[in-house]
Design a binder for this molecule. Structure first.
Ligand SMILES: Nc1ncnc2c1ncn2[C@@H]1O[C@H](COP(=O)(O)OP(=O)(O)OP(=O)(O)O)[C@@H](O)[C@H]1O
Ligand SMILES: [Mg+2]
Length: 342
């Protein structure tokens, strides 16, 4: 059985343990290691924030868990264990993506909320028809029962007049309402884990706050284990219990949210935090951004991948060796700086 060390005795069970996950995209141009040994724990009933700049591998992580990586991506190593250390434990990496078991996990155990709700919705069918089909994929109920359940789901996600709105087409709804339907679709199979990949990035600020508040309410009411992917430290502060910071396909820091904000250990985390607009900032003060861009994973820098952009390099070691990964199940940073005695 997979060992999942707990931070303390009060820590809840681990719902999903990802260990040493490696994903490559192979093409004629070469091999791109999009994920290179990613490990983290998603605790039951908690919100795990996954944060990092564009291209760090957040979506590839989400899609790997659901076994939905786009061709030519392949999982080349690692495990993704549901219900670890229980008799029900199952390694999703070992399943055939097309198998019945994996289709049941998708939607039935793990729901996925996309950045753009139209990824999950069709323009050709009413909201109700799509929700009814999603309900019936995971529950053997009549169409009438599924319709009642679909109406309930729309009410759960705060859609006004769900009895009428159920017959609307997605294009008749505003962006905010469409994302609410997207959330209802993710919940249709009663999953206990939900992965939300940048669920509010496409929305205006006010709608974003409403959707985050809805997600938090649903997560608490249904005791969902939520994996929330974002590039926005503000969203992390508001939503997450624990945080995994990713850089170029690797985990660079893991910490409880308060610890991450109070005492970030990795220079990349510190740089991300400095780039957050502060409510204390003067109105026209410029936002600081991290110098340089995330390199392409196909041309990963030697040594610590972050070293060319790092303002806190400790020496040649940063350019020559890869720092040890954060031990699974523990808080820490993958950085020579934290390994060097003060
Ligand atoms: N379909 C694909 N074909 C080839 N490479 C891909 C593909 N999808 C992802 N990658 C590689 O994986 C890397 C990580 O992509 P991913 O979509 O996970 O980033 P992300 O962290 O979700 O970024 P964003 O914040 O922009 O959504 C990309 O930089 C790219 O090199
Ligand atoms: Mg993404």
């Amino acid at each position: 059985m997979l060992q999942t060390p707990m931070a303390d005795h009060a820590a809840p069970a681990v719902a999903l343990a990802v260990r040493d996950l490696a994903v490559q995209f192979r093409s004629e141009q070469g091999v791109v290691r999009a994920l290179d040994g990613v490990s983290f724990d998603l605790h039951a009933g908690r919100t795990l924030g996954i944060v990092g700049e564009s291209g760090c591998g957040k979506s590839v992580t989400a899609r790997s868990i659901l076994r939905l990586i786009d061709h030519p991506g392949i999982i080349t190593g690692g495990r993704m264990v549901l219900d670890p250390s229980t008799p029900r434990e199952i390694d999703l990496a070992s399943l055939d993506p097309e198998s019945r078991q994996m289709r049941e996990v998708r939607g039935g155990r793990i729901g996925l909320i996309f950045q753009e709700p139209m990824t999950a919705l069709s323009v050709h069918y009413t909201v109700g028809n799509q929700l009814i089909e999603a309900v019936r994929q995971h529950h053997s109920v009549s169409v009438a029962e599924a319709r009642n359940r679909a109406t309930e789901l729309l009410r759960d996600v705060g859609i006004p007049r769900p009895e009428t709105r159920i017959d609307a087409y997605p294009f008749e709804l505003s962006g905010g309402l469409r994302q609410r339907v997207g959330i209802a679709m993710a919940l249709a199979g009663d999953p206990d884990i939900v992965i939300a990949d940048e669920p509010t990035t496409a929305l205006d600020v006010t709608t974003q706050a409403q959707i985050l508040s809805l997600l938090r309410g649903l997560q608490e009411a249904k005791n969902i284990s939520l994996m929330l992917i974002t590039h926005d430290m503000g969203v992390i502060a508001e939503m997450a219990d624990e945080v995994t910071v990713m850089y170029l396909g690797r985990v660079v820091e893991v910490a409880p949210v308060r610890q991450l904000f109070a005492a970030p250990r990795h220079p990349y985390t510190r740089a991300l935090l400095h780039a957050v607009p502060s409510i204390l900032a003067r109105p026209r003060q410029r936002l600081s951004t991290i110098g340089g861009a995330v390199p392409h994973p196909g041309s990963r820098p030697f040594g610590c991948s972050f070293h060319p952009r790092c303002a806190e390099r400790v020496g040649a070691v940063c350019m020559e060796r890869i720092p040890d990964p954060v031990p699974p199940g523990q808080a820490g940073a993958s950085c020579f700086r934290t390994e060097v005695p003060a």
